[in-house]
Design a protein around this ligand. Structure first.
Ligand code: 13P
Ligand code: SF4
Length: 343
């Protein structure tokens, strides 16, 4: 698709200030009623069949959830799968913006999220009203939003990107068109450096990727001089400078398989280690801790989901993601552009 074909977002920003982000049904009241943990995978498989459901899981989910998923992927792959599934129900084991993206692409399907409180600090850092004012201050800019944002922000964007395709998409914007990039400034800085384009950045960041300790990384490098440092581009620039390879979660997983290094120091949410250890069991993976050795490198939102909540949401078909139709339609256009342009 040529960029000259790309329109401004339909409807501008009018009405977004009052738009509900995610009018969700309340979580199921019945707790403590799930089968014992050893019986949950089979119970989930049975419910999945009964509901004609598909389970999509992000790499940051706990291993037990990844093990029952039909598809495990990064945000781009999961969006693609959501666009092509013929299941009636999508059980999205990830965070709210991911499940919302699935609903944007599938208004007729039931989309459930095991825990409706599974949000994202990046999405929270970019309220739709403030984003509308930012856009209005840069009226000539082409607006590219990272998929980690609400539907109401997507609805104000020309194009959506993920960390997998951001550089590829930015390179397709005509050189003379200034670009506004939101909401992750660390990703934005890396995309600007890699693509050679100047980007006007929204000042947001991920609380998980901001937390990695440079001191701990340097210590691990000394202890394991043979290890390759692999990092997600949401990390801060001084940590990315120490990385041998930078990429989205699926690129990091590919790198773990293709590199000749015997071990890796991993600068992203450690949920990804489950697949890394599975794909290349002969290699060693060290998660880089947060400052003071805290476990704050675990995403507190992703980790709200659990196997029993997944079972319950398949049983009850709630909590569901619901969207205002006008917002959905506005958000759909830049999503579809992304899928077409990154194909
Ligand atoms: P990916 O696009 O690499 O899956 O990253 C999503 C995310 O939330 C990173 O924090
Ligand atoms: Fe959001 Fe960061 Fe969690 Fe990813 S790791 S879902 S960007 S809070």
């Amino acid at each position: 698709m040529e960029l000259s074909e790309l329109d401004d977002p339909p409807g501008g920003t009018t009405g977004l200030a009052t738009a509900p982000l995610s009018p969700a049904t309340p979580p199921s009241p019945s707790e403590g009623d799930a089968p014992p943990s050893e019986a949950l995978p089979a119970a989930i498989a049975a419910l999945k069949k009964e509901r004609n459901a598909i389970i999509l899981a992000h790499y940051y989910q706990e291993g037990a959830i990844q093990d029952v998923a039909d598809v495990i992927g990064d945000s781009l792959e999961l969006a693609r799968q959501a666009a092509r599934t013929d299941a009636d129900v999508i059980a999205f084991c990830g965070v709210h913006f991911m499940a919302e993206t699935a609903k944007i692409l599938n208004p007729e399907k039931i989309v459930v999220l095991p825990d409706m409180n599974a949000g994202c600090s990046l999405a929270d850092a970019c309220p739709a009203e403030e984003f509308a004012a930012f856009r209005a201050a840069h009226p000539d800019h082409y607006v590219i939003s990272y998929i980690n944002c609400s539907a109401a922000v997507k609805a104000q964007s020309d194009l959506i990107c993920t960390s997998s395709n951001a550089v590829h998409l930015v390179r397709q914007v005509p050189q003379d068109r200034p670009i506004l990039f939101a909401p992750d400034e660390n990703l934005g800085r890396w995309v600007a450096r890699t693509s050679g384009r100047d980007l006007t950045l929204w000042p947001g960041s991920c609380i998980v990727h901001e937390t990695f300790s440079e001191e701990a990384l340097l210590r691990l490098k000394l202890e394991h001089p043979e290890a390759e440092v692999i990092a997600h581009p949401e990390c801060q620039p001084h940590l990315l400078e120490l990385a041998d390879f930078i990429g989205s979660t699926s690129r990091l997983l590919e790198r773990a398989q293709s590199s000749s290094a015997p071990s890796f120091l991993v600068l992203t949410e450690p949920g990804i280690l489950h697949q890394m250890r599975r794909k290349v069991p002969q290699k060693t993976f060290y998660p880089v801790p947060g400052v003071d050795g805290c476990s704050c490198n675990l995403c507190p939102y992703m980790r709200l989901n659990s196997l029993d909540k997944l079972w319950r949401c398949l049983r009850d078909l709630r909590p569901r993601v619901e969207l205002d139709e006008e917002i959905r339609l506005r958000a759909l256009a830049p999503m579809e552009r992304m899928l077409a342009m990154s194909a």
